[in-house]
Structures are given as C-alpha cells and as structure tokens.
Design a protein around this ligand. Structure first.
Ligand code: NAP
Ligand code: MG
Length: 489
C-alpha cells in the first residue's frame, strides 16, 4: 500500500535569517492530516515580534552589497539550484503535500511539485533578462529606464496548492532581486518549510527567503502592517483580500491579490458532449473542488441538458473518495473540519433553496478514519439568485443551470462579482472566440479546462483580484521602473 511510515515529519521551526528558530513566544500548533483527522506534527506559531525579526533579516539581506551587486546570472543559478533540490526530493515532497493537504498523491506529484520545480526554473531563466529601455526624448538628453527590485516582499498564501503558491511568489520575487518573508496557510505549513530547507541547501544567502508558519492573525496581519515591508502578494479569499488592501493603505504598500472565483463552464449544443462531460467533471472535482478556478457553475444548453446530465452523473460517480496516498485515488478529503462544515452548510442551503440534489451531498468514511471526505455533489435546477450559484463553495459541489442561446449563457456567466476563469465548449470557432472575448475573466478556456503554465499569465478580473502572476507579467509585480536622465548638452 502506501509508504506513510517511511516519511518522518519533524516538528517545524521558523526560518529567519538563514536559521531555524522557535517563535519568540515558544508557541506551536498542530498540523492535521485531513485524511485521518490526526495530527502530523507541530509547527511554530509566529507573532508580531517574529515577523519583525524576519522583516529585519529580509531588509538586511536586501541591502547587503553581496545581494545588490550579485551578478543577475548568479541569482538565476541559485533559482536553478533550488529547483534541483526540490526535484531530488520530489516524491517525498508529494507525499508530504498529500498528508498535509489531502490531495491525491498522483496529482501532488504530477502537478503541485512538478509545476513548482518548473516555476523556479522558468524564473531562473528570467533573472538575467530583466532590462529597461532607452526612450527617445526631445533635447540633448539620454533617458533610460531601469527595472529595480521592489525590496522586501511579504507573500501570504492559501492551503489549496501550498508549495505551488509559494513558488509562484518566491521564484519571480528572487529572480527580480527582492527578498521575501513567506507565510504559508495554517492548515498546510510543511512544504513551505521544505522550500526553506531547499533554499538553504542551494546556497541562497541568509535572509533572502524567510518562512513564518502561523495564523492569519497575528502573523499575516503583522506582515501586512509592518512599515518596512514594501509589497504584499496575497492569494486567498476575497474577504481577506479586502482586509489586506485596506490594511496596506496605512503604509501604502504595493499589493497584488489573487482571490476567489465562481467560474462558469458553458456547454453549447454543438459541443463534443463526451469531451465536455469529462472536462466538466474534472473542472469541479479536481483538488476536491478546492481550486480558485473550479468550474463550479455548469451552464448547459437546454437542448442537450438531459443527455449531458445523465452522462455527467455517471462520470462523477467514478470520483470515489479514497486514501489520497493511494496512487489510484482521484478524490481526496477536504482540507479541514472547518472547510467540510462550510461546504456542508452550502449543501444544506442549496437543498433549502429548492435546488435538486442529483448526486452526493453526504460525508463518507475512508479506511475507518474520521477524515474530511465528501462524495461528489451535483445540484440541478439551479437558479442564478440561489446562494450556491453565487458564492464560492470551494468543495466538490457543482451547480447546473441551463440557457437557450449563447448571449444568455454569456450574460449568466458574467453575472457574478468574480472574474477569475471561464470556459466554453463548442465546435464553432466563431462562437468560441466571441464567448472568449465577452466573458469577463482573467483566463478563458475553449474546449478544455484548468490548463495552466508557468509561462502564461494568471489572475483575476473584478473581485477575483488584480495583478498577473506567472509568465513575464509577474516581473511587473516584483520590479519598479526608474527613469534616468543624462544631460548630454
Ligand atoms: P484565507 O483566510 O483567505 O487564507 C489565505 C491566507 O491569508 C492564509 O495564509 C491566512 O492565514 C491568511 N490570512 C487570514 N487572515 C489574514 C489577515 N487578516 N491578514 C493577513 N493574512 C491573513 O482563506 P481560508 O480561510 O483558508 O479559506 C476561506 C475561503 O477562502 C475558502 O472557503 C475559499 O472560498 C477561499 N479560498 C480561496 C483561495 C483561492 O485560491 N482563491 C484559496 C484558499 C481559500 P490562516 O491560514 O491562518 O488563515
Ligand atoms: Mg494540514
């Protein structure tokens, strides 16, 4: 079976200025395996004074000549070396991510860990290619721009893709010459600590990456309020994103936010139905629906609704909750008891609002343990005003709606405060691009779902946030432009 027993998980400490340290208060908290509801280990709980120490270490590292004057190519080499260290331990990291988060180990290995390694390599390649321009200005002047690092960057990340979210922020920040204080989510602190270990082994100078495990309050909030942090990069809920934007105003920090979604997945009547059924189930059940781009609203053309739903129910029943360490498992538990309660609350609300429960809606026991497992859940006859059609559920819960023509589908699709992703399934290239242009979302997929690549930008419209991560776009988040004038007269 699985080899949990071979993976020894040490209690975690904070990583500050290149050293492993206890929290000043000495406080720790347990991190739980969501497949068993049992503690895995404990980690340090950072508070304001730990944040202050980490920010000081990051500032000192940022200002050091050894970092400021480091050849950009050597910054790249350090990022390549971190990628190599992660790759050497990729299988172990995948198991660790699975035990802390609950995601199927096959996905942890093939997606989370692989994409994190890719991300470090991709930005390693950018480190020595970040250049300014020469601007043709009037008069006897040379005007040129430099792209300089922002300074000390605070990165606050969620629990749904723990190592990957860390990589998306840490890799471009370092490529651009910044230093970082990273706060992972309280539910999933372990792979961030392993990233710190990999960075130290790769020879990253002390203080360039600091990792503080702890709670949103006080650790995350202290980072947002700290006067010597130049930028906050946040991924998480829209509610916390709003708090962060307000808090950051006091010190006028630069902020980038990647927030929630309620993404519409639109199936037109000329679509390849089997491909769309497959795509629609993956869109919602991948990562147990705990993906910010989850295709949680399925909009199906009324003409094909019955055939589509019948096939969808059959396919969805194949997502059987199971031990996430088993390589055959495709649906793991939810991340925490709190998240399970939240999702069960939405299911109850869907029923009471009159949506028809077509599949699931109930908890399930796996291996006789009290893990946070939930069966794949599908609601039919959902109306746009129902709560389950409006709010981000972040679980394996799909709301099915119908429409009668493309314009109505686009209108329903855009009828949300979010704008992270959308998809359309059709064989008509004209309709496909028309929908792609009209849907107000940062990513639109045509006849596919959930594709992501380190080279391609990612981010939200509307209340799904602002700023684009990944690709060359992330360089804009981690640099500031300086204009230099030289009198040649
Ligand atoms: P969250 O509270 O937004 O957590 C994201 C990160 O922000 C965590 O590291 C969190 O620390 C930290 N944080 C919380 N309050 C903070 C504050 N006042 N100042 C600074 N940092 C703070 O998300 P959640 O509670 O884990 O999940 C709640 C809901 O958010 C989910 O049900 C889902 O709808 C949504 N969500 C969206 C995404 C996404 O990628 N868009 C990801 C995760 C969750 P703690 O870990 O201690 O809370
Ligand atoms: Mg955990």
């Amino acid at each position: 079976m699985t080899d949990t027993a071979t993976l020894e998980i040490q209690p975690g400490q904070l990583f500050i200025g290149g050293e492993w340290q206890d929290a000043a208060s000495g406080e720790t908290f347990d991190t739980i395996n969501p497949a068993t509801a049992e503690p895995l280990t404990h980690v340090a709980a950072a508070a304001a004074d730990d944040v202050d120490r980490a920010v000081k270490a990051a500032r000192t590292a940022f200002e050091a000549d050894s970092w400021q004057k480091l050849d950009a190519r050597k910054r790249g080499k350090l990022l390549y070396a971190i990628a190599d260290k992660l790759e050497e331990r990729a299988d172990e990291l995948a198991r660790l991510e699975t035990m802390d988060n609950g995601k199927p180990v096959r996905e942890a290995r093939m997606i989370d860990i692989k994409e994190s390694i890719d991300c470090f390599r991709y930005y390693a390649g950018w480190a020595d290619k970040i250049s300014g321009d020469v601007i043709p200005v009037p008069g006897p002047y040379l005007n040129y721009t430099r792209r300089e690092p922002v300074g000390v960057c605070g990165a606050i990340i969620p629990w749904n893709y723990p190592l990957q979210m860390a990589a998306w922020k840490v890799a471009p920040a370092i490529a651009c010459g910044n230093t970082v204080v990273l706060k992972p989510a309280e539910q999933t602190p372990l792979t961030a600590l392993e990233l710190a270990r990999a960075a130290a082994e790769a020879g990253l100078p002390a203080g360039v990456l600091n990792v503080l495990t702890g709670f949103g309050e006080p650790a995350g909030a202290s980072l947002v309020n700290h006067p010597d942090v130049d930028k906050i990069a946040f991924t998480g809920s829209t509610a916390v994103g709003k708090i962060i934007q307000k808090q950051a105003a006091d010190t006028l920090k630069k902020v980038s936010l990647e927030l929630g979604g309620k993404s519409p997945n639109i199936v037109l009547d000329d679509a390849d139905i089997d491909a769309a059924v497959k795509g629609a189930s993956m869109a919602i059940f991948y990562n147990t629906g705990q993906a910010c781009t989850a295709g949680s609203r399925l909009l199906v053309h009324e003409k094909i609704r019955d055939e589509f739903v019948e096939k969808l129910l059959k396919r969805a029943s194949g997502f059987v909750p199971g031990d996430p360490l088993d390589p055959k498992t495709r649906l793991g538990p939810l991340v925490s008891a709190e998240q399970l309660d939240r999702v069960m609350g939405y299911i109850a609300q869907g029923k009471s609002e009159g949506a028809e429960l077509l599949l699931g809606g109930d908890r399930v026991e796996v291996n006789g343990k009290a893990g946070y497992f939930l069966n794949p859940t599908i609601f039919g006859d959902v109306e746009s005003k129902m709560v389950i059609a409006c709010e981000e559920i972040f679980g394996p819960v799909l709301a099915v709606q119908t429409f009668s023509d493309l314009e109505e589908a686009i209108q329903i699709g855009n009828n949300t405060e979010y704008g992270l992703a959308a998809a359309v399934w059709t064989r008509d290239v004209r309709k496909a691009h028309h929908a792609a242009h009209q849907l107000r979302a940062g990513t639109v997929w045509i006849n596919t779902y959930h594709n992501l690549d380190t080279a391609s930008p990612f981010g939200g419209y509307k209340q799904s946030g602002y700023g684009r991560e990944l690709g060359r776009y992330a360089l804009d988040l981690y640099t500031q432009v300086k204009s230099v004038w030289v009198n040649l007269g």
